[in-house]
Write a protein that binds this ligand. Structure first.
Ligand code: INI
Length: 158
């Protein structure tokens, strides 16, 4: 029989950090509510959760990097909402932020999850922030919990 490893969705005593962008806070507050609710429902205590607000999604990676360097957190959940405007501004933010967040995973050997919406309209964003397409804050948080547990079952890196 193969050995199958998979992270259970039951949080332990680890602490979690959430970095959330204030830009489009009508959306990001809902993502944050979804993320905190998910942590609490999976057994993470209030005192194990740290929330850091940043001005916009572009600032998420720096704050996440600094939080990772404290060594206090088992995972970092990144939340933002980039909504397409009349210029290509959003494209630069989206690509850079996604790549920087991915890089943080490897740099810190830590789950840093991507809960940044990249939408064409406010309507699409509302759908994904607790509307008919779910809540991306919830999804990014479940991914963080699962990855923390999976990495524990794989064991420490050499
Ligand atoms: N930041 C966002 O989080 N979402 C956006 O839609 C957005 N748009 O469209 O401009 C946005 N811009 C701000 C950016 O993230 C930085 O805060 C700003 O450029 C200062 O560095």
């Amino acid at each position: 029989m193969p050995q199958v490893l998979s992270g259970r969705l039951i949080a332990g005593s680890e602490s979690y950090a959430i970095v959330v962008a204030r830009f489009n806070d009508l959306i990001t507050q809902r993502l944050l509510d979804g993320a905190v609710d998910t942590l609490l429902r999976h057994g993470v205590g209030d005192d194990q959760i740290t929330v850091a607000w940043v001005p916009g999604s572009f600032e998420i990676p720096l704050a996440a990097d600094r939080l990772a360097k404290t060594g206090k957190y088992a995972a970092i959940i990144c939340l933002g909402a980039v909504i397409q405007g009349q210029t290509t501004h959003h494209e630069y933010i989206n690509h850079q932020v996604a790549a920087a967040i991915m890089e943080l995973n490897h740099q810190h050997d830590l789950p840093v999850t991507f809960g940044v919406l990249t939408c064409q309209s406010m309507e699409q964003a509302l759908d994904r922030a607790g509307g008919k397409a779910g809540n991306k804050g919830h999804e990014a948080t479940l991914a963080a919990i699962e990855m923390v547990q999976l990495l524990k079952s794989i064991g420490p890196s050499k």
